[in-house]
Each structure stands twice: as structure tokens, then as C-alpha cells.
Design a protein around this ligand. Structure first.
Ligand SMILES: Nc1ncnc2c1ncn2[C@@H]1O[C@H](COP(=O)(O)OP(=O)(O)OP(=O)(O)O)[C@@H](O)[C@H]1O
Ligand SMILES: [Mg+2]
Length: 441
């Protein structure tokens, strides 16, 4: 030590040494803090990398060729644990409608992070992540705030995949409908041809049978005389006395059959829309219902003792063809009557102007047998009938549906088996349809 330093100098040096020590101590603390911060940042970075890897792997999964939507969704679920803070105790589940995708192993616990998956506005699933063991509290339970963001990001990707799947399904359905329509159009052309071919020979039967019946009636006295003089003889292998009773029955059977063929052919022509018809009339739907009722009145009386009609006042006109619309209403009323199994079951018909003002609505409600849900989609198919034994052709509704379609309207069915059926026929109000309909029948 310098012997010449004064006491004062020594005190100053000591002071500066103390300050230096304090500075060094402060630097040490800052260093620790920085190191801590660095460790936190690199941990954070590692977490973000895991998340990015997860999202990237999901994108790659979607791009993989020939992989089904279900496989993609299962793959996504399996990618989730690796992106969470504690992969070894993370499991995940995705539920979409009735489908479920889970990690293996899977365990439902109270440590749960979830996101709803909404496709086209309606909730259609949930994505859930669970911790299988307790972990320290973080931003949201034991989960990081970033993990909330990540689950939302994954849910969004799932939503897009499901939206795409739905759109594809709709496109496929539409394609099927187009094929079906094409088939129906081809069937229509064929049917109208066949209907024509059947009509001619059937006309022979209808015209000639009454002539034969008349001829038989006039031969009968001669045969009777022969029978009286010579006793029993055979006609077509059957004793004359039996045969003479049967022949008129056989003839009327032929005539009945031919009439039925004519009815079917008429319906087929309607189905094939072979005849163009005038759709430009202004039609009063109440008038259509009234004239339909005149024609089916007998059937209604036979089928029910509880019948009501309510025709709305001031109904606007619809544009179309009153005869065709009458055919539709008749078909619907006939179906309703045929559905009733007891005269105490009711039948109610009503017309209305819908509140939105765009349609005239006819409802036909019956308390009959109803239609099971699995049959409902088929009832308008041509030839679909549950009444074949009693002579149903299954053309009533398909003809009606095509007429309604030509009028720009719709036919809706609501049915509860055992309770009855409500048919709603909607027809658009004619342009300037505020004008009351003129009776144009
Ligand atoms: N109101 C109703 N209640 C119960 N079932 C109905 C009703 N309307 C239609 N159906 C069902 O739909 C089927 C098809 O009806 P559609 O009118 O096309 O043919 P159909 O009545 O069987 O025969 P057609 O009308 O040619 O005499 C019916 O056989 C019946 O099973
Ligand atoms: Mg019918």
C-alpha cells in the first residue's frame, strides 16, 4: 500500500471499491434475469414451433392423395398431443355428428379445453383436449393461452374440411337428382309412346265388347229354344245353363278391365305431359276446390262423417290451368279419403293466403293411416303405391307433382303414422295477383 496516501484518499478509494462491488452485484442480477428471460423465450419458441409443426402437419394431411375425410380427422386428433405442453399426458377427441375420433389411449378428465365446430351456422361437433394428470395453473386452467388459440385454429381447419365435405355431398346428391330427372324424362317419353300404342287396341275392346254383348243378347232366345228342345249341351266345355249366366258377367269384366286400362293410359299421358296445356289462365283456387269437391263428393261421404271445408275470402288469383289444378286437388282428396279407415276419422280442406303474401295455400288434412317416415320420400315416385291390391296405379301423386311443378308451386307432406297426414299445396300468386280471381272455368 502507498505510504503517502492520506486517510482521505483511502476513504475515497474504499468508497469507489464499494460502488464497483455494488455495480458488479447489480450486473450479476441482470445477467440472471436475462438468462431467465432467454430460457423463457426459447421455451416459448419451442412451444410455438410445436404448434406450427402441428398446423403444418394438418395441412399436409389434407393434401395427401386418396385419403378419406375420416382418415384426415383421425390424423388431426392424433397430431394434437405433440403440440400441447405435456404431450405424455394429453389426449384428444373430435365428435362430429355421430362420428367420433379419439387418440389412443383416451381418458376423459376435468382438465378439458374445448372448441365447438360450427358448419353453416349450426353446431355440428366439438373438439376436446384433456390432460390426464393435474398440471400447474396457466392461462386457462392448466392450459396456455396459446393453446386456446391453437385449439381454435385446429377447430377452424376441421370446420373447413367438414364444410368442404358437405358441399361435395350436396354436389353428389344434385348429380344423382339430375340423373334421376334424366331417367324420368326418358321414362316419360317412353311412357307416352306406350300409352298411345295401348290406347288403340283398347279402343277396339271398349267399342266391340258392347256390340258382342248385344249380339249375345239377341242370340239368347235361339239358344234357349235349342236348350228347351234338346236338353243340356256344352258351350266351351261348360254346360249351357251355367254358361248363359256367366257370359254377361265375363263381358262386363272385359269392359271394366278396358275402362281401367283407359284410366291408366290417361294418367300415364298426364305423367308424360304429352299434351301441352294452357298455363296462362288467372285461376281462382277456391273455385278449383269447389269443382273438385263436386266430383269427389260421393267418395267423401262414404269415407267420413266429419268433413269440413274452409275457403279463405279475397284469395288472390294464381296463374295456371284450372283443369290441371283440379286434377291435383282431386288426387289429393282421393288419397285422403283412401287413407281413412273409419267414418269417424276427419277430413278437412282449407284455402289460405300465406302471411308473406306470395302463395295461395291449399291444405288437405286427413286423420287416416298416415305415412311412415321411411316411405315419405317415395310417395311421389311414379308407380309407387301401397294400394295395388285395390287398384292403385301409384301415378296420382307423380302426375300431381309434375303439374304443381309446371305451376311453379310445391307439394309438402307432413305425416304421423296412425294420426294422419297434412298435404300442403302452395301456388305462387299471379303477377299483379292482388287482383281477385275471376272465375275462369
Ligand atoms: N293422405 C295420405 N295418407 C296416407 N298415405 C298416402 C296419402 N297420400 C298418399 N299416400 C301414399 O302414397 C302412395 C302414392 O300415392 P299416389 O296417389 O301417387 O298413388 P295411389 O293413390 O296409390 O294410386 P292412384 O292415385 O294412382 O290411384 C299411396 O299408395 C299411399 O301409400
Ligand atoms: Mg292416389
Amino acid at each position: 500500500m502507498d505510504a503517502h496516501k492520506t486517510k482521505q484518499q483511502l476513504i475515497e478509494e474504499l468508497g469507489s471499491l464499494r460502488r464497483r462491488v455494488a455495480e458488479l452485484e447489480a450486473a450479476e442480477v441482470r445477467h440472471d434475469e436475462l438468462e431467465h428471460e432467454l430460457r423463457r423465450l426459447s421455451w416459448d419458441l419451442a412451444e410455438r414451433v410445436k404448434e406450427m409443426n402441428c398446423l403444418y402437419a394438418i395441412s399436409k394431411l389434407r393434401d395427401r392423395h386418396g385419403i378419406s375425410v375420416d382418415e384426415v380427422l383421425q390424423g388431426i386428433v392424433e397430431l394434437i398431443p405433440s403440440a400441447w405442453q405435456y404431450p405424455e399426458s394429453t389426449c384428444a377427441r373430435l365428435r362430429v355428428g355421430a362420428r367420433e375420433f379419439k387418440t389412443a389411449p383416451f381418458q376423459e378428465t376435468t382438465w378439458r379445453l374445448a372448441s365447438d365446430i360450427v358448419v353453416n351456422g349450426s353446431q355440428s361437433g366439438t373438439l376436446e383436449v384433456f390432460y390426464t394428470a393435474e398440471r400447474p395453473p396457466m392461462g386457462e386452467g392448466p392450459f396456455l393461452r396459446e393453446e386456446r388459440n391453437l385449439i381454435e385454429a385446429i377447430a377452424e381447419r376441421v370446420r373447413r374440411i367438414l364444410g368442404y365435405e358437405q358441399a361435395e355431398k350436396q354436389a353428389r346428391e344434385r348429380e344423382q337428382q339430375m340423373i334421376q330427372l334424366d331417367r324420368l324424362a326418358a321414362l316419360g317419353t317412353m311412357v307416352s309412346g306406350v300409352a298411345h300404342e295401348i290406347n288403340n287396341p283398347n279402343n277396339f275392346i271398349m267399342l266391340n265388347t258392347p256390340v258382342l254383348l248385344e249380339a249375345y243378347d239377341s242370340i239368347l232366345p235361339v239358344l234357349e229354344e235349342y236348350h228347351r228342345d234338346n236338353g243340356e249341351f256344352l258351350v266351351g266345355g261348360i254346360p249351357y245353363s251355367e254358361m248363359k249366366e256367366s257370359i254377361p258377367v265375363l263381358f262386363s269384366g272385359i269392359l271394366e278391365g278396358a275402362k281401367r286400362i283407359r284410366t291408366i293410359v290417361e294418367s300415364l299421358k298426364g305423367f308424360a305431359r304429352a299434351e301441352a296445356c294452357d298455363l296462362s289462365q288467372l285461376v281462382d283456387v277456391n273455385e278449383v276446390v269447389r269443382s273438385a269437391l263436386v266430383l269427389v263428393n260421393n267418395q267423401i261421404k262414404k269415407s267420413t262423417s266429419r268433413f269440413s271445408v274452409e275457403l279463405a275470402e279475397g284469395l288472390p288469383a294464381v296463374r295456371g290451368n284450372s283443369q290441371r289444378l283440379e286434377q291435383v286437388v282431386i288426387n289429393l282428396i282421393q288419397n285422403a279419403c283412401e287413407a281413412l279407415t273409419d267414418r269417424r276419422q276427419g277430413l278437412a280442406i282449407a284455402t289460405a293466403h300465406d302471411p308473406a303474401g306470395r302463395d295461395v295455400v291449399v291444405t288437405i288434412h286427413d286423420e287416416g293411416v298416415g305415412i311412415p317416415p321411411d316411405r315419405l320420400p317415395r310417395i311421389m315416385d311414379p308407380f309407387y303405391t301401397t294400394k295395388r291390391p285395390s287398384g292403385g296405379t301409384g301415378l296420382g301423386l307423380s302426375v300431381s307433382a309434375s303439374i304443381v311443378k309446371d305451376h311453379g308451386g310445391s307439394l309438402g307432406f307432413v305425416s304421423a303414422p296412425g294420426d294422419g297426414t297434412t298435404v300442403t299445396l302452395r301456388l305462387p300468386v299471379a303477377d299483379g295477383g292482388g287482383v281477385r280471381a275471376q272465375a275462369v272455368r
